[in-house]
Design a protein. Structure first.
Length: 211
């Protein structure tokens, strides 16, 4: 008699846990469905970035393919969404030449970008005695003699979307800004000469943004 009661109780426990597990799954599904519906209705857009200018303080390449660079860039960012805010929890800025990184990472402090808000950052990016590939050293010397160098200013960030009180998980934001830097009289843009041999170039170049 006791064995039958024991198996009967075990059966009830199994049914209870099955129903509990099914209820949790249904709850999670409903929550995810609501989030997806809200996301579809709001139609979030990626932030827009523009590289406004670049100030060259140092740009020297030695015969041994060693590059020293100090550049200050001005990056303009606008949140086009009228109902969604953006948390920039971590962001790094650096420069590349022909797909090779030529400066260290410069970290931008965390910031919240509200609806339709604009942020402007002016970080210094630099690299002291950075070795570059021999073929890039040759190409860089040729570009300088031709009067201009194409750099890519990269802005990599981890962001969160904010809708009302809901905050999403992290997303990776990748921004690439082409920077056409003239040198000498051949570049056609002499820039604005500042103190300490610095030259500021107005670029107003739109950047590509991917998530």
């Amino acid at each position: 008699m006791s064995k039958k009661e024991c198996s009967h109780h075990k059966g009830k426990k199994k049914k209870f846990f099955r129903r509990l597990f099914a209820g949790i799954l249904i709850f999670i599904f409903i929550v995810l469905l609501i989030v997806l519906l809200v996301w579809a209705i709001l139609q979030p857009h990626k932030p827009r970035f523009t590289l406004q200018d670049a100030t060259i303080f140092t740009f020297n390449v030695s015969a041994t393919n060693i590059l020293s660079t100090t550049i200050q860039v001005t990056i303009y960012s606008r949140n086009p969404n009228d109902k969604i805010g953006i948390y920039y929890t971590k962001a790094d800025v650096y420069a590349t030449y022909r797909s090779q990184q030529i400066t260290y990472y410069t970290t931008i402090p965390p910031v919240y970008q509200g609806h339709k808000d604009v942020n402007v950052w002016s970080p210094f990016i630099y690299g002291n005695n950075v070795p570059i590939a021999p073929y890039n050293g040759v190409a860089l010397s040729q570009d300088q003699s031709n009067g201009a160098v194409w750099l890519m200013i990269k802005f990599d960030a981890r962001i969160k979307w904010k809708v009302g009180t809901f905050v999403s998980g992290h997303y990776h934001l990748h921004v690439t800004c082409p920077a056409y830097i003239p040198f000498g009289n051949k570049g056609g843009n002499y820039g604005i000469v500042l103190g300490n041999n610095a030259i500021k170039y107005q670029l107003s170049q739109s950047c590509s943004v991917s998530l």
